[in-house]
Structure formats: structure tokens, C-alpha cells
Design a protein around this ligand. Structure first.
Ligand code: NAD
Length: 175
């Protein structure tokens, strides 16, 4: 499957890339829109062992420095507490406003990372690398992000657009 690019005109333009096996080219694709910097890759405990190394290796080959934040998989992690832990981790690793977040995972990871990116230092750029079907076709599109609070699901939202969306799907073969 060749890679298709859909340019989205929004408050901040971004590209949606659709193709097979894009994660191994993550470094090249991200470098097209963002100069080498420090990247915090956010992923859950299921996705980390599957794809973290591929993305990390690809980014580092293109001159990006990477740090990894991993959280327990599942909706129960889409909280202000875990979002705060992402912010604290990035602050302790001295990320700045010109650095980048990567959301590598399903909808929980995308929502959590997008919300954290909207908040960290008043907002930094992020790239979605969806690995679940729901994330590829829905949650990673449009810049909607949120975490859950005790009163209900997705009740703490933030709108935040990213540089690039790497939708790594070929039909239902993900990623
Ligand atoms: N922001 C939006 O517009 C929007 C839209 C729809 C849904 N959502 C949110 O998305 C979330 C649901 O997304 P989801 O279903 O992807 O949940 P999820 O992120 O929890 O992923 C589901 C499970 O699949 C695992 N997983 C993900 N990719 C995998 C892969 N390639 N191989 C093996 N396991 C993999 C995850 O570790 C997790 O256990 C909900 O929190 C929902 O509110 C947001």
C-alpha cells in the first residue's frame, strides 16, 4: 500500500498520513515537519513492548533525542493524575516549548497525550501515531482531547491540533 497524505485545513493545518508500516519511518516523517528536538513518546503498557523500539530507533536515527513515558493500559489511566504524571515527567526531563510529544497507541493514549500537550508550557506540538482501529479512524482526528474525571468520562476536554498524524493502517491491519 502506498502512503496517502490528506492535508487538513484547520485552525492549524496538519497532514494525515495513511499507509502500511509507517512507524519504522517515523523519524523521517516527523523531521519533515519538525526540526530534531527532544521527543517524549507516550505509550501504554501493551503498546510499549510492541512498537516503542521501532519508533524510538527511527526518531533517533534522524537526530531526535527520545524519552519514554509508559502508563498502565486501559481507560482507568485516562485521568488528571496520569496526565499530571506526564507533565511532571517531561518537566523532569527538561522538555521545552520547542520539543515534541508523540502519542503512540490507542484512543486512551491519544486523548491523554493530546491533553498533556495542550497544557505543557501552555501547549507544545504533538504527533499522533494511532495503533488501534478506533484511534486510527476516530479519536486521533480533529484535535479533540480529554481525560476522565470522577464525575464522568471525557469531562475534562481540550482542543489541540498537532503537526502530523501518522495513521499507520492498511485496511484493518494495524499498525
Ligand atoms: N478524542 C476523540 O475524538 C475520541 C473519539 C473516540 C474515542 N475516543 C476515546 O478513545 C478511547 C478508546 O480508544 P481505544 O479503543 O483505542 O482504547 P485504548 O487506547 O485503551 O486501546 C484499547 C486496547 O488495545 C490495546 N492496543 C492498542 N493498540 C494495539 C495494538 N496495535 N496491538 C495490540 N494492542 C493494542 C491497548 O493497549 C488497550 O489495551 C476512549 O477513551 C474514548 O473516549 C476519543
Amino acid at each position: 500500500m502506498s502512503t496517502k497524505t490528506i492535508h487538513v485545513n484547520a485552525s492549524r493545518d496538519y497532514d494525515v498520513l495513511i499507509g502500511s508500516g509507517l512507524l519504522k519511518d517515523a523519524g523521517t516523517l516527523v523531521k519533515e515537519v519538525h526540526a530534531p528536538c527532544k521527543v517524549c513518546i507516550v505509550c501504554d503498557s501493551n503498546v510499549a513492548p510492541l512498537y516503542r523500539k521501532t519508533v524510538q530507533k527511527s526518531l533517533e536515527a534522524e537526530g531526535f533525542e527520545t524519552v519514554i513515558f509508559t502508563f498502565p493500559a486501559g481507560e482507568s489511566s485516562k485521568t488528571l493524575d496520569v496526565m499530571g504524571a506526564v507533565l511532571n515527567f517531561c518537566a523532569s526531563r527538561r522538555l521545552t516549548r520547542t520539543d515534541l510529544f508523540v502519542a503512540l497507541g490507542g484512543g486512551v493514549t491519544g486523548d491523554l497525550t493530546g491533553f498533556a500537550a495542550a497544557t505543557f508550557l501552555r501547549g507544545i506540538d504533538y504527533v499522533q501515531m494511532p495503533t488501534s482501529l478506533l484511534a486510527a479512524v476516530d479519536s486521533s482526528v480533529g484535535g479533540k482531547t480529554a481525560v476522565d474525571i470522577p464525575s464522568g468520562k471525557n469531562l475534562a476536554p481540550a482542543g489541540h491540533l498537532r503537526y502530523r498524524h501518522v495513521r499507520n493502517a492498511a485496511g484493518c491491519r494495524l499498525p
